[in-house]
Every structure is written in C-alpha cells, then in structure tokens.
Design a protein around this ligand. Structure first.
Ligand code: FAD
Length: 323
C-alpha cells in the first residue's frame, strides 16, 4: 500500500464493546487539518476500518488485538505502522491509555512528545501542536526539531471533522512483538452506569456547579439544567470538597479537562485552577451574584444573579422552547 507524503498516523482507541471510541472523529478531524489521515486500529472487531473511513481515514491499518496485554501491543503496532507510513506526525488521544502509549512509543523511538494539544497546524517546517498552559493563562505552540512529533490530543478540543471516505484502503499490519514487559489484564469488572447523562470527559455540553450552590441538596439544580440540555455534570473543587458531588465530577487543573461546545458555570468564581480545565470551551455561560467574579472575564454570556432565581427560569424557558 502506498501512502501520501503528508500522511498523519492516528491511533484510534476502541471501547470495551469493540466500537471505535468517540475520540476517533476528533483525531481524524485533526489529522485532516494538517495532512492525509491514516488510521491505525489495534482490534479484531469487524467493521472498524469502514467506520474509520466514514470518519475520514484515507487508509486504515488493522493490527491484531492486544488480548490481555496493556499498552505494549499498541506501541508495537505504532512502531510497525510508522515504519510503513513514514508519517509527518503521530496523533493519539490524550486519554489515560493514549498518554501511556504515546509516552512509551516516543521514548522507544526517541521522538519528540507534545502532550495535551488543543489544536494542530502545519507550517513550512512541519506539524505544530497548540497547548493551553499554566492553568490556561497562555496558549503556546510546540514543534519538535527532529522527526515526526507524537502528539496527544485533548478530548473534545478539536471541532473540525474530516470528510468521509466511503471506501478507504484497508490492510492488515504485520506486527513484530517487541517482547517488552507489559501489564496483563487479570479480569474485567464492568462498572454499571446508572446515569443516562453523557460522560464528563468529551461531553458536548457541560453544566458545572460551584460552592455558590450551597449544599448537596441544592446541587440538584445543576443536574436539572444539565438534564434539560442533555449535558454532563461537572463541579468546582470547592463543591467537591464540600461533598456536593464525587471527585470524578471535578473540572480543572486537578480534575478533568473539558473542551465542550457549551460550558455553563453556576455559582463558580472562576479561580485559575478551575479555568485551566474548561476555558477552551467554545461558548462559556456564567451565572454568579458577584459582578466581579473572574469567571465573567472569560464568559461569552454572563448573568449577574442568583442561580436559584435565574436557573429555574432558564429551565422553564428551555422546556417551553423544546415543546
Ligand atoms: P468560590 O471561589 O467560593 O466561589 C463561589 C462563587 O459562587 C462566588 O463567586 C460567589 O459569588 C458565587 N455565588 C454564591 N452564591 C451564589 C448564588 N446563590 N448564585 C450565584 N452565584 C453565587 N478548583 C477547581 O475548580 N478545580 C481544580 O481542579 C482545582 N485544582 C486546584 C489545585 C490546587 C493546587 C489549588 C491550590 C486549588 C485548586 N482548585 C481547583 C481550587 C480553586 O483555587 C478554587 O478554590 C475553587 O475553584 C473555588 O471553587 P468555587 O468557584 O466553587 O468556589
């Protein structure tokens, strides 16, 4: 199989049920911005190559499933794929698994690693990664001085989507196992998800509540607005520390980083550590009683008011609009 000179290799994550992860569309969209997307799928599941084509992969390499071994099979597959494709860059999701694979692969191949990119561009010298750093206070560009950069891309950060390729060229990748030591999966206990809300990481809309909600009982207001909007629920650290919601809801420097289309901050002051995890959201709406709250500095729409007055009205208006 011949590959375009501007190929960008994309490692696609798969879900426990065998389907491509939601990040596939974003990663292929990012690759299409700077070159010709070539997807690498490490799985035996059927139909994934066609699914990757529909998300924009011009070519798809399919490597044998990892079985019960963690990370190393993906690193081995990436090494085999880069030998074949000679890409201008390697894109991997900034998921927990993706970071592990990207770090090991970059160390093995002595490649430059750019982590948690919120954008990619190309200049005369190659591919450049954009990062939001120092708690979101600065945007910086990063490029490597040698070889193809390995870039992990923040989930939800890339809006662009690639054009569908209905019949991508698909080939099976021959992978030589490196024999590197790998963690083994002894057993899998599925976590029963009782919520029908989207997962915070990668959600298109997030409604977050802060200390301004006042109590665990009153935090229900955040959940009501989230359900009206079909959004995921997030929280500030102060809300987590006060016991309103579990730590897994925390958005920010020491929580989850999100880049949704819409982020609604209710009773959140907008401390730099909170902004670090959400200020790449495309549209930010804030409701706060304090007109000087720092959240208003980055909000696209702000309401100075009490959440317990404003949010019920908002929910009623949204429900009326939906009806
Ligand atoms: P506050 O700062 O107390 O703000 C509450 C806001 O609610 C105020 O602006 C107030 O005007 C408003 N309000 C009150 N009542 C109402 C009402 N009825 N209606 C409307 N508005 C109302 N924070 C994070 O969020 N995420 C992190 O990952 C994180 N990591 C951290 C890491 C470190 C190392 C440190 C030192 C701190 C970190 N923090 C983090 C904490 C951060 O500094 C702030 O303390 C925290 O974000 C404040 O949360 P808050 O905005 O909910 O609370």
């Amino acid at each position: 199989m011949a590959f375009a000179e501007d190929s960008v290799l994309v490692l696609l994550d798969t879900m426990p049920d065998g389907a491509l992860a939601k990040t596939a569309a974003e990663l292929l969209g990012a690759a299409a911005l700077v070159g010709t997307p070539v997807a690498l799928i490490v799985s035996d599941a059927e139909g994934l190559a066609q699914a990757a084509g529909l998300l924009g992969a011009a070519s798809v390499l399919v490597a044998p499933a990892a079985g019960d071994r963690l990370t190393v099979p993906d690193v081995d597959a990436l090494a085999a794929a880069t030998d074949l494709v000679r890409p201008d860059a390697v894109l991997v999701s900034n998921s927990i698994e993706g970071r592990d694979v990207a770090g090991r692969y970059a160390a093995r191949t002595r490649s430059g690693l750019c982590v948690d990119a919120v954008g990619v561009t190309r200049d005369a010298e190659g591919i450049v990664a954009q990062h939001s750093v120092y708690g979101g206070a600065y945007n910086v560009d990063a490029a490597v001085t040698w070889g193809a950069p390995v870039i992990t891309v923040r989930q939800g950060a890339i809006e662009a989507r690639a054009n569908a390729v209905p019949s991508p060229s698909v080939s099976t990748l021959v992978v030589m196992a490196s024999g590197s030591r790998a963690g083994r999966i002894d057993g899998v206990d599925p976590v029963v998800v009782t919520s029908s809300r989207p997962e915070l990481r990668g959600a298109g809309t997030v409604v977050s509540g802060g200390r301004g909600l006042g109590s665990q009982e009153k935090f229900v207001l955040v959940e009501e607005l989230a359900d009206t909007l079909g959004a995921a629920v997030g929280a500030s650290r102060a809300a987590v520390d006060a016991g309103y919601v579990p730590q897994s809801f925390q958005v920010g420097q020491t929580g989850v980083s999100v880049s949704p289309q819409l982020y609604v901050a209710l009773g959140i002051s907008g401390a730099i550590q909170h902004k670090a995890g959400m200020q790449t959201a495309k549209t930010i709406v804030a409701v706060n009683t304090d007109p000087d709250a720092p959240i208003f500095e980055i909000a696209d729409f702000g309401v100075v008011g009490d959440v317990f007055t404003v949010v019920p009205q908002l929910i009623t208006a949204l429900q009326a609009w939906k009806a």
